[in-house]
Design a binder for this molecule. Sequence first.
Ligand code: ZN
Length: 489
Amino acid sequence: MKKCVLLVLSMLSFASMAQKKKAATASPLEAEKQAMIGNLDKRFDEYAKISKQIWDYAELGYMEEKSSLLLQEQLKKEGFQVQAGIAGIPTAFVATYGSGKPVIGILGEYDALPGLAQEATPEIKPIPNQKGGHGCGHNLFGTASVAAAIEVKNWLQKSGKPGTVKIYGCPAEEGGSGKVYMVREGYFNDVDVVLHWHPSSANAADASTSLANKNAKFRFKGIASHAAAAPERGRSALDGVESMNYMINMMREHIPQDTRIHYVITKGGEAPNVVPAYAEVYYYARHKDRAILQSIWKRIENAAQGAALGTGTKVEWEVLGGVYNLLPNVTLATLVHQNMQKVGGVIYNEEEKKFAEKIAETLGEQKQDINNAAKIKNFNDASESATSGGSTDVGDVSWVVPTVGLGTATWVPGSSAHSWQSTAASGMSIGQKGMIVAAKTLAITALDLMNDQATIDKAKAEWLEKRGGADFKYEALLGDRKPALDYRK
Ligand SMILES: [Zn+2]
């Protein structure tokens, strides 16, 4: 027994010696990284407060005035040059620090989702009279990206080395395609690499992709009339919408299987005894190949016209959003994965464990071990072919600059995005801990890139090859329309 204790003790002292030796031989760059990680730990409360404030604001797409301003003020205080209201969007901004190459861009988002106002509690508790909620955790997204950019700025300032960090305040990710306008106006033209992240229920940095997406509101106009006394004089706009939906639902059998099409009827008339003169349906279509998406979209437009013709109504549509699929970059994703391993996952305290267990109980078949929040998923470069079912306007950025992202466990493992569970976790310490994991990983990855032109060159070569030759020309899927600033009004 005594022998055993001695053995353990000697093993422990050997381990601590090895650790000391490791610290002593760590490269200056590794030491800088550790300093950044330590600094972000020190500033945890400050950033948690900012993210909670944005969570409380819960502002919907293109209306994120207070959220955007809060982040801008933080950046100004830190010495960034802030250019606000870019690309025709009042709540968009780009903040810059430093000069010369390389130029590293970091994306931040801060829009909330309609209908997801929920308290930061482990049971369903909607907030009355509040329009939106941070079910996608963009309150954490914007804050972590700003925190990372500030660390990079501190390093640039201290080291005196050349390099520029740009943080992009990107509004209306949820269906508003905010970044598309920023890409279209050339705000990413001088950037070497773009970093982003997203709140998630797991820690992972893969070279995965997303679906290209196009969406529009189809507006049918008919003729109002008494539905019982003079129905023959009316033409129902709702009939137009329903006929269109019927045709689209038939079409599902005759399109590539991996297509996604979904709709909601946003206006369908006011009273059954009035033939509706106006009706509106909001469509999303998605596919990982944007050329296929475009051909499906043409058929959706044809269905709208056919529906109008058959029902004696008129139809017009407004394309509100359109985004590219994400172009994965294995070179950059490998680097991010290595850095996330250095940072580590999310460790719950006792209180957070209780919160997480309660949430886990509500997840049904998706329930997972809450300790998964501490793990980092294995790197899977084969996941280039893996596609998330979602879409993001980061996709457009990734076609004009080599781009890489990561996800961190801001939500209880097994939670889905856009749920009350993800809204709740985004407003308390579980979300905030995941946010700091993201900030640390982004900051030290930017530091690596600032000091390693060879990796930037390699990432760029991979990107050029995947993008398909030098003749690629970016054209926004939403055409030349102006930002749909009122799409949430
Ligand atoms: Zn999101």
